[in-house]
Write a protein that binds this ligand. Sequence first.
Ligand code: ATP
Ligand code: MG
Length: 249
Amino acid sequence: MSDQTTTQSGDSAASPILQARDVHKTYRLGRVDVPVLKGASLTVYRGEWIAILGASGSGKSTLLHLMGDLDQPDTAKGTIHFDGNDLTQLTQSRRNRYRNNSIGFVFQFYHLLPELNVTENTILPSLVGLSRFAYYRQRAELRGQAASLLQAFGLDHRLTHRPRELSGGERQRVAIARALINRPQVLLADEPTGNLDEQTGGEILDLLARQHQAGLTIVMVTHDPDIAKRADRIVRLHHGQVQEDINRI
Ligand SMILES: Nc1ncnc2c1ncn2[C@@H]1O[C@H](COP(=O)(O)OP(=O)(O)OP(=O)(O)O)[C@@H](O)[C@H]1O
Ligand SMILES: [Mg+2]
């Protein structure tokens, strides 16, 4: 990825930021190869909110994990580019920076650490690579940043609570705050409302819409056409490939 500083909203509208190119992914179950992605390509443009729609088992999470560098395509079978750079060609430290700073990831089941409180969960990504000395020097500032983000998400009365003391919607708001604490350019959200009732899920989508309006690029996976409609653009994952530009479903 390039070292130029980019703001969430300062880039031209139609330039690609994240691209999957002809990606293949095969899982091996015992002796059986299970091909899941079979030449999937997807271009995500700066500032857009894109929904990846598909049936259960179609490979949505797999594709999102590859785009977030949480997993890799089959060897020599496709690439993921961020900001024009092939992730596999980056040094390990730049790949770590990509995962920790350039993107944020939100999961269906929140994945908060139960022994940490809301503020501590939120600042966790900003501690990666920080020395103990730097942490003590910056701790008040980091906690302040987390507090203002959590306040904007309506969680100012929950800062010292543990995840088990929160509702599902509150947990997901903490998870989104954690994903955004390092000001990523792209948020990758895997069924972010999949575990929530309709109203609470709607509130999470409203929160994402506000972030999107502020310039955040969002890639959201869902199996629900109504949720997908909240995005600017809908693509469908089918037979291991991405069918582009399905705006009406
Ligand atoms: N680590 C793994 N090992 C083996 N098979 C896997 C693995 N991860 C996923 N699969 C298989 O790959 C296929 C696609 O899984 P994936 O989780 O990407 O689908 P999905 O579209 O996200 O489904 P859902 O809507 O249920 O979340 C499924 O058949 C799944 O069983
Ligand atoms: Mg999934």
